[in-house]
Design a protein around this ligand. Structure first.
Ligand SMILES: Cc1cc2nc3c(=O)[nH]c(=O)nc-3n(C[C@H](O)[C@H](O)[C@H](O)COP(=O)(O)OP(=O)(O)OC[C@H]3O[C@@H](n4cnc5c(N)ncnc54)[C@H](O)[C@@H]3O)c2cc1C
Length: 343
């Protein structure tokens, strides 16, 4: 059996810190180190100034810390990131490289795997060791099938999705990072990051870090007991509860499909909010569906939602067929308005 060298890789955020997914992946890398007999564990960092990041990870038990830093490495840029990561991989002699699936690394790491003649698996959702061999888990077909796989080829690069492990927050210890010199020619510095374009926080209804996923269904746009539709009121109630609870907003397919048919629907949601078989599979500790039927193609998107609750007028809705932990048979307009008031 070959002795593995596990390399944990991270890049800094603009403020020099490590992102949530980077700290989660560190927990994963440490767990892997604990399980793989005789493995060496090292860590590598890239960024403008990596000292805070190295300090944050210093208690992880890595035998060596490598750093490529300086103004040239502050920004997310394929050419400089790939050169930096390649240098760290070569210096460490890594056979297994564990990295967070950030947009920055998602761009650079596949290229590094190619330069080193390695193999890569992205969107890793878990790993285990059996008979001294590493096995990883990965979802296929919108997470409806989970495959367990292993590889003989080395180096083996793994990028971990967020939500798989808790964030590492162990106490720092004194460590000395080994600084690697990577010289970039002008041809590797052609790309410049000039700024960010992102929607205003208040317009951002998709919040991956939220404790609660609030899912709206088509019932919000249906005729209610008085025979009328109440779109304005529905929009107010939904926005209000999002605001009060800081929840992330999900939707059924039917609700976001309405906009493409020229109906009046909610301006604050789009297909990006759609949860389900042909939508997203978000991860949140809790979920609350309102005015959504709970049909299977929708509910498969709730795979990673911890505690599930639903509000529906129909006691025989899909949620009541074993898909939710709690179903409130009630008018969501009245109930959610009351919840917001209490919040
Ligand atoms: C191949 C395929 C892929 C699909 N992929 C997806 C997907 O990714 N995501 C997805 O969501 N769907 C998907 N669907 C569609 C899915 O099967 C359902 O059609 C859809 O989820 C239904 O949306 P809904 O629950 O919002 O609407 P409806 O089924 O119309 O349900 C509305 C609900 O609102 C309730 N209601 C109305 N008024 C109130 C009130 N005042 N208070 C409380 N409850 C009220 C009603 O009782 C009803 O249960 C897919 C379908 C197929 C065939």
């Amino acid at each position: 059996m070959t002795m593995e060298t596990i390399l944990y890789l991270a890049h800094t955020e603009d403020d020099g810190s490590l992102s949530r997914v980077a700290l989660e992946t560190l927990t994963g890398a440490m767990g892997l180190h604990a399980q793989l007999p005789g493995a060496r564990f090292v860590a590598g960092f890239v960024g403008g100034d990596v000292s805070a990041a190295v300090a944050a990870a210093s208690g992880c038990g890595a035998a060596s810390f490598y750093a490529v830093s300086g103004p040239d490495f502050a920004m997310s840029r394929y050419a400089s990131d790939a050169a930096a990561l390649e240098a760290i991989c070569r210096a460490s002699g890594a056979t297994i490289v564990v990295a967070p699936a950030t947009s920055r690394f998602n761009r650079a790491i596949p290229g590094v795997a190619q330069r080193l003649g390695g193999r890569i698996d992205t969107h890793v959702g878990g790993c285990s060791v059996e008979g001294g061999a590493l096995r990883i888990q990965r979802g296929y077909y919108r997470q409806r099938m989970i495959a367990t796989l292993t590889r003989a080829a080395r180096p083996w690069f793994l990028t971990f999705d967020s939500g798989v492990y808790p964030q590492w927050d162990g106490a720092p210890v004194a460590v000395q990072a080994e600084s690697l010199t990577v010289t970039l020619g002008d041809e590797l510095k052609k790309t410049k990051v000039v700024g960010y374009k992102a929607p205003f926080a208040s317009a951002q209804t998709i919040r991956p870090d939220a404790t609660l996923l609030f899912v709206a269904g088509v019932g919000w746009t249906k005729k209610q007991a008085d025979g009328q539709v109440h779109l304005e009121e529905a929009a107010q109630i939904i926005l209000n509860v999002l605001d009060k609870s800081n929840a992330s907003l999900g939707s059924s397919k039917s609700l976001v499909d309405q906009s493409s048919e020229g109906h009046n629907v909610f301006s604050f949601m789009s297909h990006l909010n759609q949860v389900g078989q042909t939508g997203s599979t978000p991860r949140h500790p809790k979920g609350l569906a309102a005015c959504c039927h709970g049909e299977e193609p929708h509910v498969v998107g709730w795979r990673f939602i911890g505690e599930r609750r639903a509000i529906n007028l129909d006691p025989n809705c899909g949620w009541a067929q074993g898909k939710a932990d709690v179903v409130y048979v009630a008018d969501a307009f009245a109930l959610i308005a009351k919840v917001s008031e209490l919040l």
